[in-house]
Design a protein around this ligand. Structure first.
Ligand SMILES: [Zn+2]
Length: 265
């Protein structure tokens, strides 16, 4: 509740149902969207979201795909639910945020989830907070970047998508000898306008290339709260197109990479 309906500040959370989502996709010329789960604290809530997503991707298989939310826990309930979701065509797992969901990357439950992800050859999406933002804003949950380096070392065969430009982690791909570590790591651009200067598209593109950057928005979050009080994709797309990436780089970032990685229609 602190996040989506704070009492002490104006919320930037926007809301949308399936009809509005499809309308907003049409308005922005987006043919396919991947729905990401939230980092819920209770598996029962994650199950509810999986149920909605299952209905939506069944009703609109050409327009929508989904990732399954899960609370990795020792009872294994979430794991079975996630397996069923993957059997029903879900394309990935996440978004996860251990610091909120009460687990660590060292837990057995998490290792079991990573084994499932490898079995189904699907990526796992993780929330990452920029370390500077974590200090600047009390609303941001710190997610130490070294945790992710260790995670990649511990699960070298898993594919990870780090949300929000990986909180600045792409810069560390310049670290000598780190190529192998980042082999299966992708970054999404969700909520980029709220977190970073638009130059980040060009800068990260220069460091890691355009093959591992996935355009994301955090829709229906209001990513341009000064410009629009309504959810939508148009402003985020405009930012990406004006970012200085070439046409061929944009082709990768705005869909090509996702289509290949997620085996989308
Ligand atoms: Zn996030």
């Amino acid at each position: 509740m602190k996040c989506v309906a704070p009492e002490d500040r104006r919320s930037i959370q926007g809301w949308a149902g399936i009809d509005r989502l499809l309308r907003d996709m049409d308005a922005a010329g987006i043919d396919h969207a991947v729905l990401l789960g939230w980092y819920w604290e209770n598996q029962a809530t994650a199950d509810l979201q999986i149920d909605w997503f299952t209905h939506w991707i069944r009703a609109h298989p050409d327009r929508l795909s989904a990732f399954a939310p899960i609370v990795p826990s020792r009872d294994g309930n979430g794991l079975e639910r996630t397996r069923r979701a993957l059997d029903n065509g879900f394309r990935g797992i996440g978004e996860l945020l251990p610091q909120i969901q009460g687990f660590t990357f060292k837990d057995e439950a998490f290792a079991a989830l990573m084994a499932l992800a490898r079995e189904y050859r699907v990526p796992t999406n993780l929330h990452v907070t920029d370390p500077v933002a974590a200090v600047r804003s009390r609303f941001q949950v710190p997610t130490p970047l070294e945790d992710f380096a260790q995670l990649f070392a511990d699960f070298p065969e898993n594919v990870f998508i780090l949300a929000h430009w990986g909180g600045g982690l792409p810069f560390h791909e310049l670290s000598r000898g780190s190529d192998v570590l980042f082999r299966n790591v992708y970054y999404d651009t969700a909520a980029s306008p709220l977190a970073y200067d638009p130059r980040i598209f060009r800068r990260v593109g220069d460091i890691i290339g355009s093959d591992r950057i996935l355009f994301g928005t955090d829709y229906p979050l209001l990513t341009h709260p000064r410009l629009s009080k309504e959810p939508g994709f148009i402003l985020d797309l405009k930012d990406a197109r004006a970012s200085g990436l070439s046409e061929s780089e944009l082709h990768h970032v705005l869909g090509g990479n996702a289509r290949r990685l997620l085996r989308l229609p």
